[in-house]
Design a protein around this ligand. Sequence first.
Ligand code: ADP
Ligand code: MG
Length: 704
Amino acid sequence: MSEFTNVVEIFGENVFNDSVMQARLPKKVYKELKQTIEEGKDLTLEIADVVAHEMKEWAIEKGATHYTHWFQPLTGVTAEKHDSFITAPKEDGKVLMSFSGKELIKGEPDASSFPSGGLRATFEARGYTAWDCTSPAFVRQDAAGGTLCIPTAFCSYTGEALDQKTPLLRSMEAINEQSLRLLKLFGNTTSKRVTPSVGPEQEYFLVDEKKFLQRKDLIFTGRTLFGAMPPKGQELDDHYFGTIRQRIASFMKDVNEELWKLGVSSKTQHNEVAPAQHELAPIYAKVNIAVDHNQLIMQTLKRVACQHGLKCLLHEKPFAGVNGSGKHNNWSLTTDDGINLLEPGKTPHENVQFLLVLSCILKAVDIHADLLRESAADVGNDHRLGANEAPPAIISVFLGEQLEDVLEQLVSTGSATHSIKGGKLSTGVRTLPDLYKDATDRNRTSPFAFTGNKFEFRMVGSRDSVAGPNVVLNTIVAEAFREACDILEASDDFEMAVHDIIKKNCAEHQRIVFNGNGYSEEWVKEAKRRGLPNITSMVDSIPALVTDKTVKLFEEFHVFSKAELESRVEIKYESYAKAINIEARTMIDMAGKQIIPAVIKYTTALAESINAVRAAGDVDVSVQTELLTETSSLLKETKEALKTLIRVTEEAAAKEEGCEQATYFRDSVFPAMEALRAPVDKLEMIVDKEMWPMPSYGDLLFEV
Ligand code: ADP
Ligand code: MG
């Protein structure tokens, strides 16, 4: 039934990668292009022409008829406009297939319909896409045929970033420069480049497509807005890591094959905590490629799901009452010659460079906790953060037993003299080998956890691009590195100076370290005592983007200008308001056109039955009467709540766009939505299932 897949053969077969370039490009052109990719050297049009020609020839062999500049505007999804390779027909009526260097390097999509947050008035429609040659082009095969996709950055006519990619590339420059300074201070003169390595783990839900199509909430908003809990939720923990059902397994097989062809190193797959929830993780890659690949992963999950009669839900909270979905952003710093700056070694207390790096990260995360929190803010993520299933909304760092002990030593005595060892893990079963255990256990409740040789930022929403969080991580750590390097480069006694910085960073920012249970109430109190911010909603997190501290940070590293930051603030408030508005209107639609009519039908049937039973003789109809009374009263409650929701949604539309409107949606519209949901979910438990106008949670979660 299932065909044999030669993974090695198909891996990267649709990618214009290094080996393809080496094989197809003239030596000189290949060398120049490599210099551009690796060292950022300018690319001449002459070279671009040759590359474009070869890229096109290769793409046509892969079945491509079109090319597109593939970019990531601030809509949260990718954008593309397809152009075929054909030239104008000649005299003989025939066409040629052509693709020039200019077309490869630069595109001019009409930018007026993408979010720009006031950066670009509608009449200044011009926007540019610029080839990001550090992320390889690929051919995507789908219903549209073959399309050569060229990863690009997207900016306005005046050079302001209108996308996720541009600031990301800028932040990579910042962290590269400061990391190289730091390495040099420790005597490393061989590493030429330091790049953040990122492995994002992607969570998602799969539901049956036919059932999905019967739910307007899923269609319009990606999450259920009504729905009573099924008799069973996730309490048995029987889904996590459970055997993967055949229908899902066959879906995963196709997803993997598609991704491997695109050069995405899809590696790990398993069932997640909630029923119908799963996870996919690739092997980590350079951050800009990881960001592109994560977009490809999300798109591929969606597309392949449709081919299997399924729908993939990437929303952070598709179902109330069971876990939502996130994305764990694993982050480390790697040199071009393979050194991981976050590798502590066996004896971290002796690894001074590591301790400096670590202490700088603590400082960065403490100082910019609000900004890091903002980077994970997303309308859907408001349902997760702080809701006992995802990390709390308070940023803290988990170091684990071994490193926390080293930190304690540093802070209390000024130097660390020993490291706790991992030791043997004895299973007590003679036939099983003894395992060497890690020096530290895991902590699933921490938003920012050190996991061996990387940090895992666990707040990110499942639907969100990982670009934003990594822009923040790269830049805040660059800032802390810079401050350390400034001191160290000016000091006569390096040993002393580095020791002092580590101690100072640790002492001043130890408050951000928390190894306990992040889900507990005590932590909320303790964090407050420590003065750590607890920002519980997206709307409240947005101002972190334009504090003096943030503007200074981003301007100094040329990652964002103040105008770019202000534009992002606008876009975020707007996207919040729009999302809640769509949800509210969907609820109004469903309640008015589907739910209330269904309940009326049910009450009518009940009333008719009461009359009929009564007419049949002297029979007790108290049960039916009680049901009728209860249903009618819930129906009334529903209708009232609906009226209120309609009113506040209209009021919201009249508010001034931006903070005021977003705040109104959160404080008035959102609660009105909850108030409508409550009686409807009760009604769902009473009304005849045959009459309920949409599939239930049980149908969606357990019958995939
Ligand atoms: P988990 O147990 O949390 O699933 P894994 O070890 O499986 O963790 O890794 C999860 C992700 O982290 C994968 O994408 C993996 O490639 C990535 N990863 C592993 N090491 C690093 C590293 N040094 N830097 C960045 N990401 C890494
Ligand atoms: Mg993980």
